[in-house]
Write a protein that binds this ligand. Structure first.
Ligand SMILES: NC(=O)c1ccc[n+]([C@@H]2O[C@H](COP(=O)([O-])OP(=O)(O)OC[C@H]3O[C@@H](n4cnc5c(N)ncnc54)[C@H](OP(=O)(O)O)[C@@H]3O)[C@@H](O)[C@H]2O)c1
Length: 357
């Protein structure tokens, strides 16, 4: 007996979307039935051509109505700028949505947005889940999996240490995150993107709090900006003196004033690493203080064995990991009951393709 393959629409073909598209074409459990692109020059191109795979017969379209009209089980939604209205329309049309830009724990959204999302899920009998590497795997899947060995938990701390020098998107680094800008333009008050970014990390704390019974009464964020002492060039542009070269964020989930869950982001763009900052290893470190205490360091790379892997390939490994966490969540999401789904409410995402022949 053959089981029907899960029908998937890929939405966007950027650094992450292209990798997801390739994986959907390779995964024997999945069938590509549609492809939404943004740029006019991709209109009508074959999906295979957009990700270096053989021709598929599925053509890219910029037409949202054509996508909504398709019969599909799930949309892998990966645009640079996400829209809640778009996601709600997809959900209302009966398609589940696995996405990487936002909705990591939709229950924590402001009431109006959460209600709109829940109503769309009800109307379409569909469900929605956001994931990726971080937010996603590191801040939700990994700590939850680690707590499978916990009797009691005192404190969870997730640290991300990254130099953005090789990050592939100058628009996100300079325009959105405002590295290389005067510090007054990069504060949470001044920068709407930074506030959005802060909110998606906070969602992870809410999810862990709910899943692990933390009964948090406050989730908050603090931001610290560092400026360059002298000017220097990085791959994607130039950092002038007195412009932002480092950003540290600390998100805390508190109960009665005590931080139970913390996420610390230690982000620099070239230049010296600030002396006073914590110095975890590059990548991600998840520490759980409790009975027993547990720690994991996580780092995706292009290869641990190949010596010719370039720094660009290593950096791109995170895009692949992000794409795959979402693609591998498609089948658990399609099997989940309709509604806004947090990581703790889905079966784990396993590799759909797995070992290659
Ligand atoms: N959770 C995580 O760990 C994680 C990690 C990395 C990225 N992300 C998120 O995943 C998404 C995709 O990341 P990426 O690195 O692939 O981004 P990207 O390469 O900068 O862009 C993705 C695609 O967005 C589309 N696009 C261009 N202009 C747009 C607009 N005005 N509105 C909507 N879409 C537009 C383009 O689609 P076409 O190419 O189809 O024209 C582009 O290729 C982003 O939202 C990013 O923040 C999440």
């Amino acid at each position: 007996m053959t089981q029907r393959r899960t029908r998937v629409i890929q939405w966007a073909t950027g650094s992450v979307g292209r990798e997801a598209l390739k994986a959907i074409l390779m995964d024997p459990h999945l069938e590509l039935v549609g492809l939404r692109v943004h740029s006019a020059e991709k209109e009508g191109l074959d999906a295979g051509e957009l990700c270096g795979m053989p021709e598929t017969g599925v053509r890219a379209t910029t037409d949202t109505d054509a996508i909504l009209a398709l019969e599909a089980d799930c949309v892998a939604y990966m645009p640079r700028i996400a829209s809640l209205d778009e996601v709600c329309a997809l959900l209302r049309s009966g398609k589940n949505v696995a996405c990487t830009p936002f909705l990591f724990f939709g229950e924590a959204l402001p009431t109006e947005e959460r209600d709109a999302l829940a109503e769309a899920c009800r109307a379409g009998g569909s469900s929605v889940h956001g994931t990726g590497i971080h937010p996603g795997f590191v801040g939700m899947v990994l700590p939850l999996a680690m707590t499978g060995m916990s009797r009691t938990i005192e404190h969870i701390r997730i640290q991300e240490r990254a130099d953005w020098t090789f990050y592939d998107s100058p628009r996100i680094t300079f325009d959105n995150m405002r590295f290389g800008h005067p510090p007054e333009e990069a504060t949470l008050e001044a920068n709407a993107f930074a506030r959005f970014n802060a909110s998606i990390f906070e969602e992870q704390i809410h999810m862990l709090g709910v899943a692990l019974g933390a009964e948090l009464d406050d989730v908050r964020v603090e931001q610290e900006l560092r400026v360059a002492e002298s000017g220097y060039d990085v791959r994607a542009g130039r950092v002038e003196p007195d412009t932002v070269s480092g950003q540290r964020y600390l998100w805390q989930g508190l109960r009665e004033g005590r931080p139970l869950i913390e996420i610390e982001a230690l982000w620099t763009l070239g230049g010296p690493y600030p002396d006073e900052w914590a110095k975890p290893r590059d990548g991600w470190t998840v520490s759980i203080e409790g009975d027993p205490s547990l720690r994991t360091h996580f780092m995706p790379l292009a290869s641990f064995e190949r010596s010719d892997a370039t720094i660009e390939e290593h950096v791109h490994a995170s895009d692949i990991a992000t794409a795959m966490q979402a693609v591998n969540s498609i089948r658990p999401l399609c099997e989940a009951p309709p509604g806004i789904r947090g990581t703790h409410q889905l079966a784990p995402a396993f590799a759909g393709i797995g070992f290659r022949r």
